[in-house]
Design a protein around this ligand. Structure first.
Ligand SMILES: Nc1ncnc2c1ncn2[C@@H]1O[C@H](COP(=O)(O)OP(=O)(O)OP(=O)(O)O)[C@@H](O)[C@H]1O
Ligand SMILES: [Mg+2]
Length: 312
């Protein structure tokens, strides 16, 4: 297979707001046709970075190319804008226009644009085309936002936290649209603070903390590099399981729901745990092994968890 073309290339990019360095010397590449996740907590510098790539904010130093065009070169700006799609963070559009009317309006802004009904099909909202924007659920509003970002049939789409605040079902609806965009050959640049979103969608991910990229690669690679140990889960094991395992293994925890979690440090840990539970005739519901997830990657990189975007 030929090597994929680089569509975004960022080199030593810096953005300062007065004394604050919001984006601190970051470099990365995004390949054609991939979903690239830019993942970090509130205030990490995600929006600042995306908006520099969208030519909306001017970098303090460093450089970036989008589709081979220079974001700092005046003559390239309109060329970049005509070939990218943008869904800003916390996007909203005209409350009193229907889905189709909104898409027609935004189409009218560009000489060359996709037809409203074609866009409605892409976001799988045919049955909502005559509904007023204000009457849509949060997830459907976001899908309209994605459709608006597609009116000029862009090659690269920037989506700033497209699923923040949505319930799990609505988030999956947006994910499906993004997966379809990828299938149709678009490059998707997505910011998020949801670890499951990274794991489900991203071909590549960069983790940004306080303006710096602290890890980059495929989610799978980062999980094996930074995810840490697998965990033995004894569901419904309770106090008795906890006591038995505590004598044999390091890092054993009893959860409030009665599950017992134990970090697996070596292959013999598993058989030792199993033997100990049998010897002591301990009662439990289920014995399973949980692999590391992207949550563990983030926890190990930052020392903290992200809860609703905030580091805790
Ligand atoms: N126009 C601005 N002027 C001054 N400071 C700013 C400006 N925009 C952002 N900042 C600051 O820069 C830092 C990075 O902000 P940014 O919005 O890029 O983060 P983010 O990762 O998008 O966060 P969130 O998840 O909350 O959207 C924050 O400390 C923020 O307060
Ligand atoms: Mg932001």
């Amino acid at each position: 297979m030929p090597a994929k073309e680089t569509v975004i290339e960022v080199n030593s990019l810096v953005k300062k707001y007065g004394a604050l360095t919001a984006v601190d010397n970051i470099s990365f590449k995004v390949k054609s046709g991939e979903i690239f996740a830019f993942c970090g907590p509130n205030g990490a510098g995600k929006t600042t970075t995306v908006e520099m790539l969208e030519c909306l904010r001017v970098p303090t130093s460093g450089s970036a190319k989008v589709l081979g065009l220079d974001i700092s070169k005046r003559s390239d700006l309109s060329k970049i804008r005509s070939r990218i799609g943008v869904l800003p963070q916390e996007f909203n559009t005209f409350e009193l226009l229907t889905v189709r009317e909104s898409l027609k309006f935004f189409g009218g802004v560009f000489d060359k644009h996709l037809d409203a009904d074609e866009l409605i099909k892409i976001i799988d909202m045919e049955e909502y085309s005559n509904i007023l924007y204000k009457n849509l659920s949060g997830g459907l509003k976001q899908r309209v936002g994605v459709a608006i970002s597609l009116v000029n049939d862009p090659e690269v789409i920037f989506l700033d936290e497209p699923t923040t605040g949505l319930d799990p079902k609505a988030r999956r609806g947006v994910w499906e649209v993004l997966q379809d965009l990828k299938k149709s050959g678009k490059t998707v640049f997505l910011t998020t603070h949801y670890m499951d979103e990274v794991e489900t969608l991203a071909d590549n991910v960069a983790v940004i903390l306080s303006g710096k990229i602290v890890a980059e690669g495929t989610p799978r690679r980062l999980i094996s590099k930074y995810g840490g140990h697998q965990t033995l889960v004894v569901e419904g094991g309770g106090e008795s399981t906890y006591k038995v395992l505590k004598n044999r293994m390091k890092d054993v925890e009893l959860e409030p729901n009665g599950d017992v979690l134990a970090k697996i440090h070596s292959k013999s840990d598993l058989s030792d745990a199993f033997t100990a539970l049998n010897e002591n005739k301990v009662d439990y519901d289920r014995f399973s092994v949980r692999g590391a997830t992207f949550d563990d990657v983030f926890l190990n990189l930052s020392g903290k968890k992200i809860v609703e975007g905030k580091l805790e």
